[in-house]
Design a protein. Sequence first.
Lengths: 220, 269
Amino acid sequence: MPKLELINIEKTFQGNNKLNHKDAFILSDINLKIEDGEFISLLGPSGCGKTTLLKLMTGLIKPDKGKILEDDKDITNITVEKRNYAMVAQQPLLFPNMNLLDNICFGLKMKKINKLKRIAEAMDMIYKLKLNGLEKRHPSQLSGGQCQRGAIARALVVKPKVLFMDEAFNALDEELRLEMANLIRDYHKNNNLTTILVTHDKNEANYLSDRIINMRNSSL
Amino acid sequence: MNKLKDTKFIIIAIIFSLLIILPFVPLIITGISLNNRWPLIFPSQFSIRAIKYVFYENTNTYKAIINTLIIGISVIIIDLTLAIPAAMALERYEFKGKTIMKMLLFAPIIVPPYAAIMGMYTIFIKLGLTESILGVILAHILPSLPYMIKAMMVSFNTLDTNLEDQASILGATGAKRFYYIIIPHLLPSIFAGASLTFLISASQYFLTLLVGGGEVATLAIIMIPFINGGDKAIGSVYSLIFSIVALINILTLDFILKVYYRKKYFKIL
């Protein structure tokens, strides 16, 4: 798994009032090094820029300044779909027009994995996440917990180089939250998966991560 | 309680069915009557003269039906091609002149399209587009495009961009995101916009007459002179054909939509 490095990253979002710069949201001078196979947590209050930083790392948004390196290779301008990352957000974001199995197979299909292998790998993940029997159901026919497990399965099945999680356990109840946290921790350990978790829960961050990075007022 | 609900539902269904069916009753009666004049409701004599004329004597009828379908379907395709990116830009992006652009795109709803087509007519003559189906198709885009854009805008407004972000992280390129995420979400609006577009296109009389110069026969072109005092019986038969063509169009679109939802289009396996 790769190591990630953020060098002097800067990103500004203009507020609604273009003349009033107080409305603008600025991330500046962000420097961060994430080691190969490390589990880090970005901890901080709401609105401090955690999700923006996560989106910058995934490539969903481009920085105004600075560089992002993956194994010392500059990937700042490499599009998100070519990076082989995966993300689990607070909302499951399963595609509503597809059933659970199709949702889990989506990433594999995009990587042009053949049909038989796709089904085998997706079913394997479905069993691991105790979703068997629900393959043909659409997201509207699943509970919140089942949807979130489906989203985790969809992210892990593509064997991503880096797994990003944005408050991924927030919508779950206490019991399921612990179960999912354990599953992610075990998967991370067994596969040496570089994992970045955004959370505002200190206990969750302590329990899961090798390192915690505090974010305050748009800086680390 | 359930019985009462069922009875209420049946009564409401009957009222709505009557409201839809009733306008066709005078059309059918007039279509099969001979010299039926106001204030007579029921004709004294029946005849199939009008039906005979429409289906056997006037060879333009079939040509008009085919032209109406060709023009309507072409306008739907062109409108969709223009409306999807336009609606996407208007709903998702902030850019200079957005309000002006919006006003321009929706202007044909307020400004009669005849005003615009009068100016365009000279260009159509220079390009040799008058008296041709292509010219009529281009002219029909004017009154129908705003409705298609509006329908698409409603759908784009409710499409969560996080779904597209999720798809792109999983490796979907722009085209694949469009096919797997955007199109399925837009489908109901595409269906609504396409139905409306077809009806607008099929109803155009003046635009078709002006640009088509009488050479492009559509149902509206051959129907309206009969309604406007020519022969009410023939006008009624043409009106019925017009309604049937419009209904077939709506049912076909509905069928395609249902098949699309059921079949393999969203299957990743």
